[in-house]
Design a protein around this ligand. Structure first.
Ligand SMILES: [Cu+2]
Length: 187
């Protein structure tokens, strides 16, 4: 019975995604993304620019007073390119980080430049490379959409900026979290 509910939620989310693809943005002012189904939304559809494709862009919602979180996405470029930075209005500091086990300790450090081979997906995911958002301008609630601007450098040295939307939610299927309908927000 729980599974049925989840299936219903998933199809609702797909309908939502298909819809937002058409309208893009600048849609009706006053429209609030408060539908409970958005909470389960896994990620955004593919976003393409300059031969660069970004898939599954999502951001982890914050909990309590937390003022930092991670954003995750998969980038594929048709030509060799380097990811050299990220910016967002959602946080004062946005960095690309690398997470690595150092013995028993998980350490993060800034990745100033990640070289990408043509056609080879670069996965930014929990436990690996990720976008770190620090000093968030406001808490990030599930279902919320965050704007990221990815900064790349091409082989000829030219710079490319790619705006990407990331949706706050859990990427993993079968998470235990569910909203009891009503869709009331905290504020
Ligand atoms: Cu980090």
């Amino acid at each position: 019975m729980k599974r049925m509910t989840q299936l219903a939620v998933v199809s609702a989310v797909f309908a939502l995604l298909a819809c937002s693809e058409h309208h893009d943005h600048g849609d009706e002012a006053g429209h609030v993304h408060d539908s409970p189904s958005a909470v389960e939304q896994a990620a955004t559809p593919s976003q393409v620019q300059d031969g660069i494709t970004v898939q599954n862009a999502w951001v982890r919602p914050t909990v309590g007073e937390q003022d930092a979180t991670g954003a995750y996405l998969t980038i594929t470029s048709q030509e060799p390119i380097a990811l050299v930075g990220v910016a967002t209005p959602a946080a004062e500091i946005a960095e690309v980080h690398e997470m690595k086990m150092d013995g028993d300790i998980m350490r993060m450090r800034m990745a100033e430049r990640i070289e990408m081979k043509a056609g080879e997906p670069l996965e930014l995911k929990p436990g690996g490379y990720h976008v770190m958002l620090m000093a968030l301008t406001s808490p990030i609630e599930a279902g919320q959409e965050i704007e990221l601007s990815l900064q790349f450098e091409k082989a000829d040295g030219s710079k490319v900026e790619m705006p990407v939307k990331a949706v706050a939610g859990q990427n993993a299927a079968g998470d235990h979290h569910s909203h009891g309908g009503g869709g009331d927000h905290k504020h």
